[in-house]
Design a protein around this ligand. Structure first.
Ligand code: UD1
Ligand code: CA
Length: 473
């Protein structure tokens, strides 16, 4: 098909009053991605980005910035006077630019995010084969309340007579089960010809795009409906509750895709897994795990319950024990984390390394086979291979103004409860005695002691007690 004969418009200018949120509706997220980005992604599988016209209005700059990288075109609807008005703005934009009109125009709603590319293509194909002026995607959900209803000529026929909005339904129309999804295909010139005839004589005082259906029918034009294969993909996201319903659906679909690829996910309905997460086969995800952003996990790894992992790359055969928090971290094969490890951005955990209980890392590299197992803070630190960091040892990386680097060479042993005051270098193979406060570099192979000498007074306790008793007498 000639690509210039077909374009997609996405209506995304509305405020989303029912959300009671400051954030524009189409930027609310489900499955870890803004509603509008879901819709654009589906549209881009059908037409190139420059054939997609995104109609923006409420908080338009914020919406534009959030989706600009997709390469779609933008049309401004400065005042939001209804879905029909949104299309009037698109028409005005074509008139102003003089761009050739696409023969057919598919219209998507920015708040109907689960629409599948196959369905968009099906609506287009039925529209073309039916030679319709308007084709409406419909569904029959368990509760149609709130949606516009589609009235067919007869229940069996494709032809539609009108779309009636919820508030305008007559008592006998209230039982109409078939809803308008807000997704349509139009013969562009027929749509544009009728747009100026829309009025606002309705319950919302808005220009309804849905009124076009009856207007075209009145002129003897063909308006048909096609039912979506699944109801979920045409559900709207008008309230937080509706969004969370869609969020659960999308995450379950992601979990099912991963399970089909060999990942074991226990109780998938308790896990929050973003759509872009990838996991290798034979990895096990325990209940109540969150895997967010562009996280990748290799094969034969295990993520135990209550861990939250975001934008991180985890290798093969890694164990993330319970309650770990990872943000933008890299973890090499065979590493062991947690329980309760906190890996902040730019943490790089080497092959087979261990990061244990209540250890926090930030901009820290832990070399192959190194261990920091208990109660450490390692910030702005480069640690070589096979280093042992004792319990409670920390880097003092911040002087109140600047951050400084701590370098620890291969095979070094940092005793428990040491404080390494950066900038400082601990040489390869050196020992730092437990309880040391290290302020000077330690050469390779040296022992550094930075603690007060212990004084022991034998028999002191008994002597003190005896002295105290004497006083009391
Ligand atoms: C709309 C349909 C309804 C359908 C439902 C499906 C109309 C009049 N009604 O109702 O028949 O069942 O979708 O989800 O079209 N928008 C703009 N500019 C505006 C107003 C809205 O771009 O001036 C955008 C919104 O951002 C949204 C979409 O159009 O993405 C639909 O608007 P919304 O107000 O949610 O319409 P509904 O009441 O859901
Ligand atoms: Ca809606």
């Amino acid at each position: 098909m000639d690509t210039n004969s077909f374009a997609i418009a996405i209506m995304a200018a509305g405020k989303g009053t029912r959300l009671k949120s400051k954030r524009p509706k189409v930027l609310h997220e489900i499955g870890g991605r803004a509603l509008l980005l879901h819709v654009i992604a589906a549209a881009k599988t059908v037409v190139p980005a420059d054939h997609i016209y995104c109609i923006i209005g409420h908080e338009s700059e914020r919406v534009r910035a959030a989706v600009a990288s997709t390469g779609v075109q933008f049309v401004l609807q400065p005042e939001q006077r209804g879905t029909g008005h949104a299309m009037q703005m698109l028409k005005a934009d074509f008139e102003l630019s003089g761009a050739p009109l696409p023969k057919d125009l598919l219209v998507l709603s920015g708040d109907v995010p689960l629409i599948r590319p196959e369905t968009i293509a099906a609506v287009r194909d039925v529209h073309l084969s039916e030679k319709a002026a308007m084709t409406i995607l419909t569904a029959v959900p368990s509760d149609p309340t709130g949606y516009g209803r589609v009235l067919r000529l007869t229940p069996e026929r494709a032809e539609v007579t009108a779309i009636i909005e919820q508030k305008s339904l007559t008592p006998d129309q209230l039982n109409t089960p078939e809803i308008n999804s807000g997704i349509y295909c139009f013969e562009t010139k027929e749509l544009f010809r009728k747009l100026d005839a829309l009025d606002t004589n309705n319950a919302h005082g808005e220009f309804y795009l849905t009124d076009i259906a009856a207007m075209l029918v009145a002129e003897g034009k063909r308006v048909v409906a096609i039912k979506a294969e699944s109801v979920d993909e045409v559900l709207g996201a008008n309230t937080i509750a509706e969004m969370m319903h869609l969020d659960a659906a999308i995450r379950l679909a992601t979990a099912k895709r991963l399970m089909a690829a060999g990942v074991t996910i226990f109780r998938p309905e308790t896990c929050v897994i973003d759509a872009e997460v990838s996991i290798g086969p034979d990895t096990v995800i325990e209940p109540y795990v969150q895997l967010l952003g562009k996280t990748t996990i290799g094969s034969e790894s295990r993520v135990r319950s209550y861990s939250v992992i975001q934008n991180s790359a985890i290798g093969n055969n890694v164990t993330v024990r319970n309650g770990c928090i990872l943000d933008t971290a890299e973890v090499a094969d065979n590493a062991l984390l947690g329980p309760y490890a906190h890996l902040r951005p730019e943490s790089r955990i080497g092959e087979g390394a261990h990061v244990g209980n209540f250890v926090e890392t930030k901009k820290a590299t832990l070399g192959k086979g190194s261990k920091a197992n208990h109660l450490n803070y390692l910030g702005d630190t480069v640690i070589g291979a096979n280093v042992n960091i004792g319990a409670g040892a920390i880097t003092c990386n911040y002087d109140g103004v600047h951050k400084h680097l701590t370098t620890i060479g291969d095979g070094a042993f940092v005793g428990s409860d040491s404080t390494l005051v950066a900038p400082v270098t601990i040489g390869a193979g050196s020992y730092v005695a437990a309880g040391s406060c290290i302020t000077e570099d330690v050469p390779d192979g040296a022992l550094a002691l930075g603690r007060a000498r212990q004084t022991t007074k034998p028999g002191w306790v008994a002597a003190r007690k005896a002295a105290a008793e004497k006083k009391e007498c």
